[in-house]
Ligand binder design. Structure first.
Ligand SMILES: *[C@@H]1O[C@H](CO)[C@@H](O)[C@H](O)[C@H]1NC(C)=O
Ligand SMILES: *[C@@H]1O[C@H](CO)[C@@H](O)[C@H](O)[C@H]1NC(C)=O
Ligand SMILES: [Zn+2]
Ligand SMILES: [Zn+2]
Length: 596
């Protein structure tokens, strides 16, 4: 049991509250070192008085001691393996696990909670594990917008600084900012990143890469394995996104060039694993060799609702998280420094972009499971550690309410409508595309029957689809909604779940911790950069030093090492203002689903 998990004094010593006076007296004797009276030389009344006096004295002493000890517990908890000094600064060896629920806003929680209660017949007070660890909320705007993207959001966490949407740990003046992971590595910590999306996607990238725009994922892949000014700073990466590591001459590559980043990584000592069998061989992180690069999908790992039916192909977030915890813990066993690990529930965001409530509830549940595993790890581990969890922003503007008719709405939303769905909208749209591609030309009745019987009834659990809905799914005309959105809308309407956007929103997001006493600066409502500040302070690392080194070394490099610069520097530092364009934009140029 970690020191911070120890109960307070009152719970630690129940005997002082619950047992008889005699026990208290004995305990007092132990505490004060005074012996109980033995002699019988004097008469009973004398002894009664002495006894009463002694008892009063000892009781007073006990109260004072308990008071002092309790006060001490309240203000500090130093220990040899790491702990907290009087000023709440941590000391000694310690681990930090930072969890990011990408795109999870407050409504995602009520959505998932009610879904789970309905699914498993749980009581109204049944909550997620996360719910029991809520300590505050975070404000998320970036320098360029009131609505952040994941890049600016993660830069706030990694550098503790605001930047523009699209920035991968680069500031509006196009200078790189040192990250908590880079600084942790320099200070002697081991480091890790675990995600379900591409490891080169904006959130993980912000911890170990610097580029002007998040789309430069090929460059990000090279930087993350150590091909950049600081050399290798990550010890473990698990997730998807293999395609950015393979040369364009290889099947399954999505690189623009023929650089083999896996080879590059292996030359820098990385072990590379890329399938379920090799993942199982990692034995949940026991006895693995670091640095370790595990990329288990070409791009993103499938949504949990689909993945669990392909469990023999893709590991889960929870399995990857446990693997990382065990591997980093083992690798730091004999070190006086612990580890920094970032774990992301990456695709809660994607479910929000698709407006898919089914995909979302299963993503949140998978994240909650990983959250519980981290708590369990901290509980058992004898090194101090803290878990801090938050989101970079909300996605979808999801509402557990939706008015479907003109009349004043009744107050209902229906989680049970989501229960029979076995696939995400993304998966159903892919199945449809595959079916059309690999089956001989089908007439409209045949394809409509396929959509109704296989995709809607079996896949989405919808048995009352209208012909208009099936037509909308099959509509391929210009300006038709993407098929994914149509499937997601069909199920959202039945559950009466509302969505205001296929993008992000500006609502504050929740902040969680394993122990509020050890993340006290994060209690309440904070700017997202304060989360980065907290990580830096907790690890006690020097971000400015890393920034200085990055700037010095990048002066010696080709000036496009961070990708193409963005022209309008001014607009990156200042918020956009309304310019009357509400009617200018049509659906075609919405870039739907592209920017996360
Ligand atoms: C692969 O990358 C090289 C540059 O590294 C480029 O010349 C070539 O055209 C690319 N091939 C394909 C098929 O994209
Ligand atoms: C889900 O499936 C079960 C079993 O087939 C059925 O009884 C139930 O009505 C379905 N629920 C919904 C909301 O369609
Ligand atoms: Zn995000
Ligand atoms: Zn997003």
């Amino acid at each position: 049991m970690a020191k911070d998990q120890e109960p307070l004094l009152a719970e630690e010593r129940p005997s002082s509250e619950r047992s008889s006076e005699r026990n208290i007296e004995e305990e007092d004797a132990l505490l004060t070192g005074q012996q109980k009276a033995q002699s019988r030389k004097y008469g009973w009344p004398f002894w009664r008085e002495v006894g009463a006096f002694t008892w009063a004295l000892l009781a007073t002493v006990l109260v004072i001691i308990l008071g002092v000890l309790y006060q001490h517990q309240q203000t500090a908890h130093p220990s040899e393996s790491g702990g907290w000094e009087e000023d709440w600064k941590p000391s000694g060896k310690r681990n930090m696990i930072f969890m990011i629920s990408d795109g999870m806003g407050p409504t995602s929680l009520s959505l998932t909670r009610s879904f789970r209660q309905t699914q498993s017949g749980l009581p109204v007070d049944d909550v997620l594990v996360m719910d029991q660890h809520l300590i505050g909320s975070s404000r998320t705007r970036s320098t360029s917008s009131l609505i952040t993207d994941s890049a600016a959001g993660a830069t706030a966490f990694s550098c503790g600084l605001k930047s523009y949407n699209g920035a991968i740990s680069v500031l509006p003046d196009h200078s790189p900012c040192g990250t908590v992971l880079e600084a942790a590595k320099k200070a002697g910590y081991m480091t890790g990143l675990v995600v379900t999306t591409r490891i080169t996607d904006a959130t993980p990238a912000c911890f170990a890469a610097h580029v002007n725009l998040r789309a430069e994922e090929d460059k990000i892949a090279e930087q993350m394995v150590g091909e950049y000014p600081l050399g290798r700073v990550v010890d473990l990466m698990l997730g998807g996104g293999r395609c950015h590591f393979l040369p364009n001459t290889t099947e399954g590559s999505c690189r623009q060039d023929d650089i083999d980043v896996v080879k590059m990584a292996e030359a820098k000592d990385w072990s590379f694993v890329s399938d379920r069998k090799s993942f199982d061989g990692l034995n949940l992180g026991i006895g693995v060799k670091l640095p370790l690069l595990g990329l288990f999908a070409t791009t993103d790992i499938p949504y949990e609702v689909d993945r669990r039916q392909m469990n023999d192909v893709f590991p889960s977030l929870d399995e990857m998280a446990q693997t990382a915890l065990n591997a980093l813990s083992e690798a730091t066993r004999d070190s006086d420094k612990g580890f920094f690990l970032m774990i992301e529930g990456s695709r809660i965001d994607h479910a929000g972009h698709s407006n898919d409530p089914v995909a979302q509830v299963h993503e949140v549940l998978a994240y909650d499971k990983a959250f519980a595993s981290v708590l369990e790890f901290l509980d058992k581990d004898d090194v101090e550690g803290v878990l801090v969890g938050t989101s970079d922003h909300e996605t979808g503007g999801v509402a557990t309410a939706r008015q479907l008719h003109k009349e004043y709405p009744i107050y209902r939303w229906y989680p049970d409508a989501l229960l029979n769905s076995t696939h995400s909208a993304e998966n159903l749209a892919a199945q449809l595309a595959h079916h059309i591609k690999f089956h001989p030309p089908l007439g409209k009745p045949a394809i409509s029957n396929y959509v109704r019987a296989i995709l809607l009834e079996q896949g989405l659990g919808v048995h009352d689809a209208t012909d208009a809905e099936i037509d909308a799914i099959l509509d391929t005309s210009d300006g038709a909604l993407p098929t994914v959105y149509v499937f997601a809308d069909i199920i959202s309407r039945r559950a009466q779940v509302g969505w205001t956007t296929h993008g992000h929103s500006a609502v504050d997001v929740n902040v969680y911790t394993s122990n509020p006493k050890h993340a006290r600066p994060l209690i309440g409502n904070h700017e997202n950069t304060e989360i980065g500040d907290f990580i830096r302070e907790y690890l006690d690392v020097d971000l400015e030093g890393v920034t200085k080194e990055l700037k010095e070394k990048s002066a010696l490099l080709a000036n496009d090492w961070m990708g193409k610069p963005i022209a309008d520097v001014q607009s990156l530092a200042e918020l956009d203002h309304y310019a009357g364009d509400f009617k200018k934009r049509s659906l075609e140029d919405c870039g739907c689903g592209l920017k996360h």
